[in-house]
Design a protein around this ligand. Structure first.
Ligand code: PLP
Length: 384
């Protein structure tokens, strides 16, 4: 049977044209397509500054560096995320801890965050809320805790361009210092590989620009010495080559033109799943009435006490028919690398329980209703 992936990019002729035009232009990297992409995303999200980089992971790393994260400090995030949301702290030599998830939203639980802050020896320097599947975290409550306990906030919005919380667009940084996007092909819009850091703070913006390109500045006011001549630049930080190419930026900019269509269609298909799956022994994705999700992922949870099969058996049966379901996510703290750091089963029980029940069903802009019906029919048969 024809495979149905859990995610798939949508590439049209205009996307291809935009990439080919860039290939024929004077600039493959460090050219005008980067600023165009940054401006377009910043305007869409309603934020002042945007810095394009070569991946969401790089974006998380320089976001931490811009905030000055260093050895001896800590970053807290959700265990129910991609490993990159936590690895960014380790890159800086800092420590990581997790806050267990809310059993309804599957995002970092703000109640648990509040309780952990109340008993922690010292607060973290940075908290990274992850808008899982596009469902926004309770940013106003997290911001209130940040003001009280003096930590910075980086939103991992890799799933959530196009989402909103309380009539604010995710990415506008109304309740955060920085927000990070990913343009991996599985995400809402793609540039092939790519990421972006958004902020409304000029000081952070200046640092991000320098960190993206080796820690080098060519901007006179930022230099420590007077210019020695037209060749002169200064390395003032230890930075990286995290630049995005103009080829990738051109694709991303053209994709952004279709974002509203992409998100609307994802939401229609999610609603269709909701209606078609209501009678099955599964938990459907609960939606916070204060939020508007871009529906990067459609995640169900099996009610295993009402099903004669195990989670693994349901997974295998779906995969056997070509339906490439997935799990978002295995808890980060149970990865072998994190176990070596001292984390163990039982540390974050809600995230662990979730990972034993969750299944990501196929959902993407180009998913046909016929294929979606096949997913529903197959799942119905497996669960009966
Ligand atoms: C995809 C993703 C990332 C990393 O983005 P890349 O562009 O793949 O480096 C980080 N966090 C989350 C939650 C993601 O889904």
């Amino acid at each position: 049977m024809k495979p149905i992936p859990y995610a798939r990019q949508d590439i049209d002729d205009d996307d291809i044209k935009a990439v080919v035009e860039t290939l024929r232009s004077d600039w493959l990297t460090q050219g005008p397509a980067i600023e165009r992409f940054e401006r377009a995303v910043a305007d869409y999200c309603g934020v002042r500054y945007a810095v394009a980089v070569n991946s969401g992971t790089s974006a998380l790393h320089i976001a931490c560096r811009a905030l000055g994260l260093e050895p001896g400090q800590r970053l807290w995030t959700s265990p129910n995320t991609f490993v990159a949301s936590a690895n960014c702290a380790l890159y800086c030599g800092a420590g990581v801890d997790f806050v267990d998830i809310d059993p309804r939203t599957y995002n970092l639980s703000v109640d648990q965050l509040e309780a952990k802050l109340a008993t922690a020896k010292s607060p973290p320097q940075i908290v990274v809320p992850v808008h899982l599947a596009g469902q926004p975290c309770e940013m106003d409550r997290i911001k209130a805790l940040a003001e009280h306990h003096r930590f910075a906030i980086i939103e991992d919005a890799s799933h959530a361009i196009g989402s909103r919380y309380k009539n604010s667009r995710i990415g506008d940084c109304r309740w955060s210092d920085l927000a990070v996007l990913s343009f991996h092909p599985a995400k809402i819009i793609t540039s092939g590989e790519g990421g972006m850091v958004l902020t409304s703070r000029e000081d952070l913006y200046r640092k991000l620009l320098v960190l993206r390109t080796h820690g080098i500045t060519r901007d006179a006011p930022q230099m420590q010495e007077h210019s020695h001549g037209p060749w002169y630049y200064e390395q003032t930080e230890l930075g990286y080559n995290y630049r995005m190419t103009d080829i990738h930026a051109a694709l991303g900019t053209n994709q952004l033109k279709r974002i509203d269509r992409f998100v609307e269609r994802r939401r229609e298909l999610a609603c269709r799943y909701d209606n078609l799956l209501t009678k099955l022994p599964v938990m459907l994705p609960w939606q916070d009435p204060e939020g508007y999700s871009s529906f990067h992922l459609y995640i169900i949870r099996l009610k295993l006490d009402r099903i004669a099969k195990t989670h693994r058996q349901v997974f295998d049966a779906l995969r056997a028919t070509g339906i490439q379901v997935n799990l978002h996510y295995m808890p980060v703290h149970l990865q072998p690398y994190y176990r070596k750091l001292g984390f163990k089963p039982g540390d974050f029980p809600e995230a662990e329980l979730y990972s034993r029940e969750a299944i990501t069903l196929p959902l993407y802009y180009g998913l046909s209703e016929a294929d979606q019906d096949r997913v529903v029919a197959t799942l119905t048969k497996i669960l009966s």
